[in-house]
Design a protein around this ligand. Structure first.
Ligand code: ZN
Length: 333
C-alpha cells in the first residue's frame, strides 16, 4: 500500500508573454514571485514560480512562458480545467471587487456548499477562489507576504483543489484512490454546475485531509486537449521524502503506468507519470525548497540557474525574452 499524499505540491502551466504573466500573478493575485529560473529541459524558456511569502509547498503555481512560440493550447479531456486557491470567507467580496476592478469577468457561484469565484488569467487559464470555511483556512501553512499588494487578511492561502477533465471517471479515479490515497467525498450528477462544460462532477479528498487535499473530476465530451499557451502542463502532488516517492513509483508501475526516473529539480525531487485519463502527474518532495539557492528576502529577485548551467549563463540570458520583473501597484489598504 502506497502512502497517502497530503495533496497538491504545485501546478505548472504554459503562459504567453512573461511580463503579462508575472504582472497578473503578483500584481493582481498578490502572490510572491518566489523563483525566476529557466526550464531546465529548455533553457530558452523562463520558469517562474509564484506562491506565498516563502514558496511553501501547496501554494505554488509555476509557468513556462512560451512567448516566442505562441502555440495556443486547446482545452479538452486529459487536462486541468481549473486551479483553485483558498480564500477566507470574509474575503469573497474583496476578491470579487478586486478582480472586477482589474477588468476580469468573474463568475460567482456555489459548489458543494462553498462560494466560488471563477475567472481566467491573461492567457485563458481558468482559476477559482474558493471559501470553504475558516476551519480550513486555519489549517493552511501559507505565510502571508508582508510586502505584497493584497492586505494580508485577504491573501490567497494556498491551493484548494484542481479540477481535472476526463472522458470517463474510472481510470483516473482508480489512480487517485488506489495510488494516492484519495477518497470519493461528493458527487454532482445533476448538471447544476453550468460554469463548466461538463456536468458530472466528483469530488475526491486525500485521506490525509490538508488544505490542498481536494481533486475534482469532471466528465467531458470534448476530445483530447492539446498542450500549449493557456493550458496546464502538469499537476504535482506532495511526497514527504524520497522514500515515499519511491513507494509511489512502485505503485504507479503496479497499475501498468510508466513513471519517470527521479529528476532533481533543485527545489524538490520529481517523478512524472501520465495517468490513464491523460493528465501528467508529478510526485514532488516537500524539500529542499526555494531557499536552496537564494536568501528568503531575495527570492525571485534575479535569474538563478542550476550549477550545471552557470557556465552558459551569458548565452542563456541573451536568448530569454524581454522581462523586467513584475509590476506591483502600491498596496491598496
Ligand atoms: Zn512540476
Amino acid at each position: 500500500m502506497s502512502p497517502t499524499t497530503p495533496g497538491l505540491h504545485h501546478v505548472t502551466a504554459i503562459a504567453g508573454d512573461p511580463q503579462e504573466n508575472a504582472d497578473f500573478y503578483v500584481g493582481t493575485l498578490g502572490l510572491r514571485f518566489v523563483k525566476r529560473t529557466v526550464n531546465h529541459d529548455d533553457t530558452g524558456t523562463y520558469h517562474f514560480y509564484f506562491g506565498d511569502e516563502g514558496g511553501t509547498p501547496g501554494t505554488n503555481i509555476t509557468f513556462f512562458p512560451w512567448s516566442d512560440r505562441g502555440r495556443q493550447g486547446e482545452f479538452g479531456a486529459g487536462q486541468t480545467q481549473a486551479t483553485a486557491y483558498l480564500i477566507p470567507t470574509d474575503s469573497v467580496d474583496y476578491w470579487q471587487d478586486r478582480l472586477e476592478s482589474a477588468g476580469l469577468a468573474v463568475d460567482r457561484t456555489e459548489r458543494f456548499g462553498e462560494p466560488v469565484l471563477g475567472f481566467s488569467d491573461p492567457d485563458g487559464i481558468r482559476l477559482e477562489l474558493v471559501a470553504p470555511g475558516d476551519d480550513v483556512i486555519a489549517e493552511s501553512d501559507a505565510t502571508p507576504w508582508e510586502d505584497g499588494p493584497v492586505p494580508t487578511e485577504h491573501q490567497l492561502r494556498g491551493f484548494h483543489s484542481v479540477t481535472l477533465a476526463v472522458s470517463e471517471f474510472g481510470p483516473t479515479a482508480t489512480i487517485l484512490t488506489d495510488v494516492l490515497g484519495y477518497e470519493l467525498e461528493a458527487e454532482d450528477e445533476t448538471g447544476a454546475d453550468t460554469a463548466s462544460s461538463a456536468n458530472r462532477r466528483r469530488r475526491y479528498r486525500s485521506a490525509a485531509g490538508g488544505p490542498a487535499s481536494v481533486v475534482d473530476l469532471v466528465e467531458t465530451d470534448a476530445g483530447r486537449g492539446r498542450m500549449g499557451v493557456g493550458t496546464v502542463h502538469h499537476v504535482a502532488f506532495e511526497a514527504a521524502d524520497l522514500d515515499e516517492q519511491a513507494q509511489w513509483r512502485e505503485a504507479y508501475a503496479e497499475q501498468g503506468l510508466s513513471p519517470s526516473e527521479v529528476i532533481d529539480r533543485k527545489y524538490f525531487q520529481s517523478v512524472y507519470t501520465r495517468e490513464p485519463g491523460g493528465v501528467l502527474f508529478e510526485m514532488a518532495t516537500t524539500g529542499p525548497g526555494f531557499t536552496a539557492d537564494e536568501e528568503y528576502e531575495e527570492l525571485g529577485s534575479s535569474l538563478v540557474l542550476p550549477e550545471h548551467l552557470e557556465d552558459e549563463r551569458e548565452r542563456i540570458e541573451s536568448q530569454l525574452p524581454a522581462f523586467d520583473g513584475p509590476e506591483v501597484a502600491s498596496t491598496d489598504e
